[in-house]
Design a protein around this ligand. Structure first.
Ligand code: PLP
Length: 378
């Protein structure tokens, strides 16, 4: 089996997996228990929290362990919007965000908040002028993703943060799920960001919300008061501790993997684009691990199934939102036409992919192309 669906999830690193089992065997205690074993377990978790602060080179920010970025995005957006509602009611985001952001904001609309979406230019670039024009005294929250999960577009987080320096009332949240370990994080001027461990060879159920001035966040989860009172529930210590390990590995390997994956990406792109009827969708300057192209005139699902039958796992859209409508939303916002959207497929790469796998992909592609060639709009 060849796995090219690493934006959906990645294979856990063996070191992370074995540490997770070991910690569950030796530190299965409740980190909130007052006895010796509880205190030791709590200490282990707090050490992981400070290691993460070092890995991310954080200063004043707080780290809240969560079950993943969906929870982190919900918590940050709902908590900040509610906390700031006395100052304004407008939220700015984009139409290409993950549903954990878009649906949370739709929920906030039901509570009386208004939402404005930043446009993208014809070439798919974030429209900074349009963004500047949307800013008004009523804006309290801006939320963007760093790297888009469908197309690999990298959003200009540093430039947005720079513009927002003149709007001290605005909280700037960034979804770093697809960027962590792939491109350098931008933290300066960002007030909160989210991560999921399973996207960089950690485990499902591991996540973070990093927040500046946590005390300003409105509480959204109620219970025993864990995680500074913001995320109640018995701590998943083994997950939290091994998240730190997965983060360290990802950061140590980033520069090397970034160059390697970028080379693979370029190789795939220059190979597929020689074929008439194949349209390259991933933008120049995009994330190193995401390749998106279309078999114009053929359904992406047909192509995914054809690769799948040959043991190669690729994707049409983000696995988190299997509904085609979501993919259409992202691609339409980026000005991709209907036929290209329908035929779009995504390959997302990881450190475990090899040169041999890229060659196997090319061979499978040639076979599939010759099977469907007649049907392509060339
Ligand atoms: N944000 C982005 C950009 C994603 O791609 C995903 C998942 O694919 C998420 C958030 C949600 O992550 P999780 O499902 O781990 O909560």
């Amino acid at each position: 089996m060849i796995y090219f669906d690493n934006c959906a999830t990645t294979k856990p690193d063996a070191a992370v997996l074995s540490a997770f089992i070991k910690i569950n065997e030796t530190f299965y205690f409740n980190a909130a228990s007052p006895h010796e074993k509880g205190l030791e377990t709590n200490q282990l978790q707090e050490e992981a929290r400070s290691q993460i602060k070092n890995i991310l080179k954080l200063d004043q920010q707080s780290i809240v362990f969560t079950s993943g970025a969906t929870e982190s995005n919900n918590m940050a957006l709902t908590g900040m919007a509610r906390a700031k509602k006395a100052f304004g009611r407008t939220i700015i985001t984009t139409e290409i965000e993950h549903p954990s952001v878009l649906e949370t904001i739709r929920g906030l609309e039901q509570e009386g908040f208004a939402v404005k979406y930043v446009k993208f230019k014809e070439d798919g670039a974030f429209d900074m002028d349009h963004f500047r024009g949307l800013l008004s005294p009523d804006v309290i929250l801006v939320s963007v993703m760093h790297v888009n999960n469908v197309m690999g577009a990298v959003l200009p987080v540093a430039e947005i943060a720079e513009v927002l320096k003149r709007y001290p009332k605005v909280h700037f949240h960034v979804d770093c799920v697809q960027s962590f370990g792939k491109v350098p994080l931008v933290i300066d001027g960002v007030h909160s960001f989210s991560l999921s461990g399973h996207k960089f060879h950690g485990l499902k159920g591991q996540g973070l919300l990093v927040v500046n001035q946590l005390r300003n966040l409105a509480q959204t989860v109620y219970g025993g008061g864990q995680e500074y009172g913001f995320r109640s529930g018995t701590s998943n210590v083994a997950a939290n501790v091994t998240l730190s390990k997965a983060m360290r590995l990802a950061m140590e390997e980033m520069e090397m993997q970034r160059a390697r994956l970028y080379q693979f990406k370029q190789e795939i792109e220059s190979f597929v684009k020689q074929y008439p009827g194949i349209q390259l969708n991933s933008q120049a300057g995009g994330a190193p691990h995401i390749v998106n192209f279309s078999f114009v005139g053929i359904k992406g699902e047909v192509i995914v199934n054809a690769f799948s039958r040959r043991g190669i796992m690729i994707s049409t859209t983000s696995a988190c939102s299997s509904k085609r409508a979501k993919l259409n939303e992202t691609l339409t916002a980026l000005h991709v036409d209907e036929a290209t959207i329908t035929g779009s497929v995504r390959l997302s790469l990881s450190k475990y992919n090899t040169v041999e796998e890229i060659e196997a992909f090319k061979e499978a592609f040639k076979e599939i192309y010759s099977e469907v060639e007649e049907l392509l709009n060339k």
